[in-house]
Design a protein around this ligand. Structure first.
Ligand code: ZN
Length: 319
């Protein structure tokens, strides 16, 4: 009887993964290093640093919220057949904690944020003594994650160390440029107007690095829903400070932010939805926003355009 259950379970996994659109890491990997990652931002770094040598399977695609994501049976199989696993850590993938811990017994499983000095991490008081996991929005901190991935690949596959270092050097130079770009764009917004209101608290590192005051409707994790009191409090703040635009996020429902907008309007002030930001997930594959660099550029461009307005953007470009 027990054997029958096991067989049914295996058939279940087989059927499940059979209709899963995600690519199997071992199907086309050949003799490449089979790497499984969680969020898109990490997948992108591994592709850039690993190059031809690695076959990367990212578990979380565009629009997927990592705070709420649970591993499917297919994901468990992908993780099991991986040689290396990279995840963010700091409880970003909070529902995958158990499975990642289990994997680390047999497979090298690395939290890319381990490389970052704890003194540089934010500890928001409302997040129960834990670190804020969204550090990819301070490009200088994400550089540490890239270095961690480079070092892990080199250690795991020493024959290709030189290639990993060459790839990483090229990518890190682009990230250094990206950091300068974000800084320069941010400085176009007068400092008293640098207020960023979004769906959840994903932008605290961004705010600290580039001089924005940041307010999220939901907290650090999207697991806790915003209440009516939160909506009213944020609406009062927006109306009082006359903030021209607030921003929805691609991986979080826009419903509660629309409620904030309605509440602000009821107070007689018109706040716009300034656009969609990519917070915890990147854009579609094959679009500029489907890369880490593209998502960061999209975000700062969207924020700056909405906060200073199209007209002043143009006049500043002309000068
Ligand atoms: Zn988040």
């Amino acid at each position: 009887m027990q054997r029958l259950y096991i067989s049914l379970f295996l058939i279940g996994i087989f059927v499940y993964t059979g209709c899963d659109p995600k690519q199997q890491p071992d199907a086309s990997a050949g003799d490449k290093l089979r790497v499984v990652t969680t969020v898109g931002m990490i997948t992108d770094v591994v592709k850039n640093v690993g190059g031809e040598r690695v076959a990367v399977t990212g578990l979380m695609g565009p629009g997927v919220d990592p705070h709420l994501y649970k591993a499917s049976a297919g994901d468990v199989q992908r993780l099991t057949s991986a040689q290396l696993i990279f995840y963010n850590g700091l409880h970003l993938e909070s529902k995958m904690g158990d499975i990642l811990a289990k994997m680390s017994g047999n497979t090298k499983t690395v939290a890319v944020t381990d490389a970052v000095d704890r003194s540089l991490l934010l500890t928001p008081p409302e997040f129960e003594g834990q670190y804020d996991p969204h550090l990819w929005f301070d490009v200088t901190l994400w550089i540490k994650a890239v270095e961690k991935i480079r070092d892990t690949l080199s250690e795991f596959d020493p024959d290709n160390t030189r290639m990993y270092w060459t790839n990483a050097e090229r990518y890190l130079a682009k990230l250094a440029e990206l950091h300068e770009y974000v800084k320069a764009q941010a400085e176009r917004v007068p400092s008293e107007q640098r207020v960023l209101v979004t769906a959840h608290d994903a932008f605290n590192y961004f705010g600290k690095a580039y001089g924005f005051e940041v307010h999220g409707l939901q907290g650090i994790s999207t697991a806790t829903e915003a209440g009516i009191a939160d909506v009213q409090e944020l609406a009062a703040f927006i109306a009082e400070r006359r903030i021209p635009a607030i921003f929805v996020e691609s991986s979080v429902s826009s419903r509660s932010l629309e409620a904030v907008r309605a509440a602000v309007n009821a107070k007689g002030f018109d706040v716009k939805i300034g656009g969609e930001l990519f917070s915890d997930a990147m854009g579609d594959d094959g679009t500029p926003e489907g890369t880490y660099i593209g998502m960061v550029r999209h975000n700062i461009d969207t924020i700056v355009t909405a906060l200073i307005g199209e007209a002043s953007t143009r006049s500043m470009v002309e000068h």
